[in-house]
Design a binder for this molecule. Structure first.
Ligand code: PLP
Length: 398
């Protein structure tokens, strides 16, 4: 019998990571695979941030830090919330973590009791559901409609809340759909939450800076729910710092303290060097992000322009992040040149990997089995070539 716990046995491996593995195998065989399965900026981390990390090393800043982060960084995060989001936090409301991922996990583990329901706006980021399972909670996916760019509505939320509901979780801008909630939409969601005082909200704003519509709205901006919102953000996407592993959350003091306690028993404070780098990043403002956003927007437009001529792809226009998320079920039941049938989005992803040498992820892991996610975080040339190949390969399906 297996020595492994039930906890890890029921856990899914991240689908994006699994696809990247297959993709690397083909690349190792010498094939020219274009990898659009990862959620990773293709930009370098800005130089001034790298310099701050080097400086931290030269200063000998190599010791344990406070669990929730160095005071300067917690203050700089408060300043960022004030500047960008008009939100007032004190440093004791901020917990710095090893990536936004740990901030999300801290919050779920700190709020959810066994059997409590977590409404996960769907399509959702792959890890949400597994985090809820880890906390022995019950993930309740709430699916937005394609017509509404997959955004869950306030009416849908109202109908889904039960007396067991503890938390809602969503990202805006959304991974995988790129949808961005407007002030009106989030205000309506806040109104619903105001009527249900036992329900908390985990707002994942990691893609805040990668926004093509302009206004980023935080759920915590609505006074009636401010005390029940945990806002998560970080450095991975906006500052192209995925490998640095630095993120944070802001919450009311008792919740922040609980997250700090959780983290104190698992990882302690995140790397001292990375915290100094994060401090420099925030002090540098968002100019570097704005340059990247211009490129992401250009690439989105370039990709949408090719994709609009692919029959059977129904692709909402993303308002942020760096993905497109077409509905592809028109291809289910078709036959590949080798006689194999495309039964679902996973089959289609594998077909495209082998035939077009383009790696993308099936929507299954995002709670949307009729969709596929393609990252648009690659060079213009690679994107143009990738979608030209995708289009040609799809045309071979009978
Ligand atoms: N939240 C969303 C929606 C993401 O897409 C990601 C990364 O892909 C994360 C959180 C995790 O960010 P980090 O790399 O800071 O842990």
């Amino acid at each position: 019998t297996s020595p492994l716990s039930d906890r890890v046995t029921v856990m899914q491996e991240s689908a994006t990571i699994a696809m990247a593995k297959k993709c690397r195998e083909l690349i190792a065989q010498g094939l020219d695979v274009i990898n659009l399965s990862f959620g990773e900026p293709d930009f370098q981390t800005p130089q001034y941030i790298k310099d701050a990390a080097k400086q931290a090393l030269d200063d000998g800043f190599t010791f344990y830090t406070p669990v929730a982060g160095i005071p300067d960084l917690r203050q700089a995060i408060c300043d960022k919330f004030k500047r960008d989001n008009q939100l007032d936090f004190q440093p004791n409301q901020i917990v710095v973590s090893t990536g936004a991922k740990q901030a999300l996990a801290n919050a779920v583990m700190s709020l959810v009791n066994p059997g409590e329901e977590v409404i996960v706006f769907s399509p959702y980021w792959v890890s949400y559901e597994e985090m809820v399972k880890l906390a022995d909670g019950v993930a309740v996916p709430l699916v937005g409609s394609l017509e509404n760019e997959y955004k869950v509505t306030a009416a849908q939320l109202e109908a889904a809340i039960t007396e067991r509901t503890k938390l809602i979780m969503y990202s805006s801008p959304c991974n995988p759909t790129g949808a961005v909630f407007s002030r009106e939409e989030l205000g309506a969601i806040a109104e619903v939450l105001a009527r249900h005082p036992q329900v908390y909200a985990l707002a994942d704003e990691i893609y805040e800076y990668i926004n093509f519509v302009g206004e980023h709205v935080s759920l915590a901006q609505f006074p009636e729910v401010r005390n029940r919102v945990i806002t998560v953000n970080g450095f991975s996407k906006g500052y192209a710092m995925t490998g640095w592993r630095l993120g944070y959350l802001a919450a009311r003091p008792d919740i922040a303290y609980a997250c700090e306690k959780m983290q104190s028993q698992i990882t302690s404070g995140t790397s001292s060097i990375m915290q100094r780098a994060g401090l420099a990043a925030l002090r540098g403002g968002r100019a570097s992000a704005d340059e990247m956003v211009a490129a992401y927007r250009r690439r989105r437009d370039l990709v949408l322009d090719i994709v609009k001529d692919i029959p059977g792809f129904k692709t909402p226009t993303p308002s942020g992040a760096f993905y497109i998320f077409p509905e592809v079920s028109a291809y289910f039941g078709r036959t590949a040149p080798d006689g194999r049938t495309i039964g679902n989005a996973m089959d289609l992803a594998l077909y495209l990997l082998n035939e077009a040498l383009v790696s993308a992820v099936s929507g299954e892991a995002f709670g949307a089995p009729n969709c596929m996610r393609f990252s648009t975080a690659a060079s213009d040339e690679k994107l143009a070539e990738a979608f030209r190949r995708v289009k040609a390969s799809l045309a071979k399906l009978a």
